[in-house]
Design a protein around this ligand. Structure first.
Ligand code: HEM
Length: 466
């Protein structure tokens, strides 16, 4: 007789488990507590209820790595493998669904994924390799965006003020970078910027904004196909010349999310760390800001949980057997809290391990890590150069977090500050207007012919407080 060990285990029926809801008030306030409770109750893999849909949540560091780094084909991101969805058991208005419906490289495997990632790698290289003129111009532009935003924030104040650094700085800055990376040459970039914002906020006008955004990205992709420039869509086309219009549109649609939302979140989380940790603050002046950014990504990963993976065969993991086609959400944040990950989470350590998973791992790992780190480092350094005595306007444990199954991101970051350095434009003018604006002046059209981003600046001025 065959020993028990040879008998294929029956998969655990996810839908019949009484899983606890993941997104609760407690989760918003302190997700680490929830991960630890799930870990002690279920082990490294736990069933959870994600807004009414049962999902496996992977909490163990080695289990997360096992899923992310799989090369055997046992795991896929292709949505056709999601059994409950193909069987029509996912409500069409399930709020997380739009995040999955982009249908870009994020949900591809194998050769199809490699082709699209080749386009990304080539398109990002000129902006990420610091010796490349594009990268240097981008750095200058990021500094200028930072200076303009700080100037508008401090405009009309008497040397001190109150600001929401999320709405007034950390979110608009990378959106402006996204606009530049996309190569918008007309005032339309301004509208797209605002629509990207509406879509990311998932408010009542998000659906209409997302339709407009798709149309704008299709037009942009079409324009770059006939008239390429120095931007991500054109560089993608140059690298993979048979990219279709639909493929290019869906890839560049990711730019506002990746560059603006992810990087904006990292900027906010880094600002909080600098304000609340005096050692980290000291490290700014020692020029180790990029190390601080890496450490913040480790302690508080912006993408706390990743979009689903699906096993292609029944898989034994932790205390369960996960059936082929079940949705599996890998939790980077929970994996970082796994005691097996060691003391890497020691909040008092100034330097951090690079074995963390905040940038993903395996075939889908982040291709924009260096760019995002650079943008964040410039944004945070410039802020603390120009504004001093910065303190949170709320106790750190009362900061409001955005309820989201994927992101760990602040809804607002209220601070009080004093202006310590007025705007002094640097000598170089590569990314700057021929005539520099006064600190309090609205940004003028740039020498490169970019249109003034009036609606955005009107909106930002509306947010100012004394
Ligand atoms: C300049 C900004 C950024 C760009 C251009 C960028 C680009 C990308 C690209 C192209 C992918 C691959 C998608 C795929 O193959 O599925 C990716 C994945 C990823 N990125 Fe980034 N990224 C940026 C910022 C960030 C930031 C700030 C974080 C968080 C610290 C981050 C975390 C991740 C993670 C965790 C993944 C893997 C997702 C998964 O495996 O499901 N990215 N990024």
């Amino acid at each position: 007789m065959m020993p028990d060990a040879w008998t294929a285990p029956t998969p655990d029926a996810l839908s019949s488990m009484s899983a606890e809801p993941l997104l609760t008030r407690e989760y918003d306030a302190d997700p680490a507590l929830v991960y630890e409770r799930l870990r002690s109750r279920y082990g490294p893999v736990a069933p959870v209820d994600l807004l009414g849909v049962p999902v496996w949540l992977v909490l163990g560091y080695s289990e997360v790595l096992q899923v992310l780094q799989d090369k055997s084909g046992a795991w896929t991101k292709h949505l056709d493998n999601w059994r409950a969805k193909t069987e029509g058991r996912i409500p069409p208005d399930w709020p997380v669904l739009p995040a999955f419906e982009v249908d870009s490289s994020v949900f591809r495997d194998g050769e199809a994924l490699r082709r699209l990632r080749n386009a990304w790698t080539a398109a990002l290289a000129p902006f990420q390799e610091r010796t490349h003129p594009q990268a240097q111009m981008l750095e200058n532009a990021v500094r200028k965006y930072a200076d303009d935003l700080i100037s508008v924030m401090a405009e009309g104040g008497s040397g001190a003020g109150w600001a929401d650094l999320s709405a007034q700085y950390a979110r608009p800055l990378p959106l402006m970078v996204a606009n530049r990376l996309l190569g918008f040459e007309s005032a339309r970039g301004d509208d797209v910027l605002m629509d990207a914002w509406r879509m990311l906020d998932a408010g009542p006008d998000a659906a209409a904004a997302s339709d407009r955004l798709f149309a704008a990205m299709t037009d942009l992709a079409m324009a770059k196909m006939s008239n390429p420039g120095d931007d991500i869509p054109s560089y993608m086309l140059a690298a993979v010349s048979d990219l279709t219009l639909d493929e290019l549109t869906r890839e560049i649609l990711m730019v506002p999310g990746l560059v603006a939302d992810f990087t904006g979140t990292l900027i906010c989380n880094t600002i909080v760390e600098v304000i609340t940790n005096p050692d980290v603050r000291a490290s700014l002046s020692q020029g180790i800001i990029e190390e601080t950014v890496n450490r913040v990504a480790l302690i508080n990963p912006p993408m706390a949980n990743l979009t689903f993976r699906f096993p292609t065969v029944d898989v034994r993991m932790g205390r369960f057997t996960i059936a082929a086609g079940d949705p599996v959400m890998v939790s980077v944040a929970a994996a970082h809290g796994d005691p097996l990950f060691g003391g890497a989470m020691n909040r008092n350590a100034l330097r951090s391990t690079r074995a963390h998973l905040a940038w993903g791992a395996g075939p889908h790992h982040c291709l924009g890590q260096r760019l995002a780190t650079r943008i964040t480092a410039i944004a945070v350094s410039r802020l603390f150069e120009r504004l001093g005595r910065m303190r949170l306007a709320l106790p750190v444990d009362q900061l409001p977090w955005r309820p989201s199954p994927l992101m760990r991101s602040l809804r607002s970051l209220p601070v009080q500050y004093e202006v310590v350095q007025a705007y002094t434009p640097p000598a170089d003018t590569q990314a700057r207007p021929a005539a520099e604006p006064e600190p309090s002046a609205p940004p003028a059209p740039t020498a490169a012919g970019e249109a003034p981003i009036s609606a955005l600046w009107r909106f930002l001025r509306g947010l100012r407080r004394g």
